[in-house]
Design a protein around this ligand. Structure first.
Ligand code: ATP
Length: 322
């Protein structure tokens, strides 16, 4: 019952019936429809494999979650949040797309867009820092993806360069929606199927004892335990800073010290930091979330002067990394 496969993606297959009429059937994919290849990566609760659809020969990343482990670690709700969120975000090139979900006795399977270019963090580590042109391009792609998910009522809550993957064109795809917050979908007039997936479960202790990377947490989460769309734009400001400098603005020896720096806005710009980028970062890293720049403000900020957003941005060739 816990694993009920609600809203799973299926593919549509065109067939000609006995009378010569074309019929469209939906086909549920299963484990046997894929041939599994090498391991792409491992998470705390999952292993991600390269897999090929035997029919179409199209390659995917398949995330496999072991049910026993998920139950033992009490992560069922988060696994469902990730799936429900991805099922809402199927229509943007900057978000990892979930194509199919299925299960067998032992495991859950998520068939996802393959991101061959690794994590943005790894790419950044190779070059050390990005120049202004690269920062503007990748900043614009991340912002465009944030705009889309916010328009669909999704707050990511854990944006950071590890959660930004790169495809074979070196365009970005945001991933890791296991800690996302789902607001009622502005485009969906129907009541949600299961209201409990719309908010974090009441036993959610992550806000109180934050686990994971502390560096991108917004001050309002630390002081009021309140998270909204502005929290993602705080993280966006941290990412822009990090792309240009090579490290995030708030970093200390322990999580506690990092949190202290965040709530007292204790960070500095190194000499030579580009002035337009500095102004943008300063207006994103504002303690009061109601006074922070919104997505629309950021798109119109001088740092993004002349930058395309929307469809055109995703047709643009990625700049050479520098
Ligand atoms: P944790 O659960 O510990 O936070 P995680 O969120 O990185 O880790 P997964 O989402 O399962 O866990 O991903 C594990 C690894 O697999 C990632 O670090 C990444 O390197 C790789 N990976 C994940 N998704 C894809 C994808 N769509 N394409 C290519 N590689 C991927």
């Amino acid at each position: 019952e816990e694993w009920k496969d609600r809203g799973a993606a299926v593919s549509l297959k065109r067939e000609v019936d006995a009378e010569g009429k074309t019929v469209v059937r939906s086909v549920k994919k299963g484990v046997r429809d894929f041939s599994f290849g090498r391991t792409l990566g491992e998470g705390s609760y999952s292993t991600v494999f390269l897999a090929t659809d035997r029919q179409t020969l199209r390659e995917y990343a398949v995330k496999v979650l072991e049910k026993k482990h998920i139950i033992k670690e009490k992560k069922i709700k988060y696994v469902n949040i990730e799936k429900n969120t991805l099922n809402r975000l199927t229509d943007h090139p900057g978000i990892v797309r979930l194509y199919y979900t299925f299960q067998d006795e032992a495991s859950l399977y998520y068939v996802l867009d393959l991101c061959n270019g690794g994590e943005l963090l790894g790419v950044l580590k190779k070059t050390g820092t990005f120049d202004v042109e690269c920062t503007r391009f990748y900043g614009a792609q991340i912002l465009d993806a944030i705009a889309y998910m916010h328009s669909r009522g999704v707050i990511h809550r854990d944006l950071k360069p590890e959660n930004v993957l790169m495809d074979d064109q070196m365009h970005i795809k945001i991933t890791d929606f296991g800690t996302a917050k789902l607001l009622p979908d502005p485009r969906d007039p129907r009541p949600p199927e299961n209201p409990s997936t719309l908010t974090n479960p009441p036993d959610d202790k992550r806000n109180a004892s934050f686990v994971g990377t502390a560096e991108y947490v917004s001050p309002e989460l630390l002081t009021d335990k309140a998270v909204g769309k502005p929290s993602d734009l705080w993280a966006f400001g941290c990412i822009i800073y990090q792309l240009l400098v090579g490290r995030p603005p708030f970093k200390a020896g322990t999580e506690y010290l990092t949190f202290q720096k965040i709530v007292s806005l204790d960070y500095e710009f190194p000499p030579g930091f580009p002035p337009a980028a500095r102004d943008l970062v300063e207006r994103c890293l504002v303690l009061d979330p109601t006074r922070r720049l919104t997505v629309e403000h950021i798109k119109n900020h001088e740092f993004f002067d002349g930058q395309q957003f929307g469809k055109e941005l995703w047709r643009t060739k990625a700049p050479r990394l520098r």
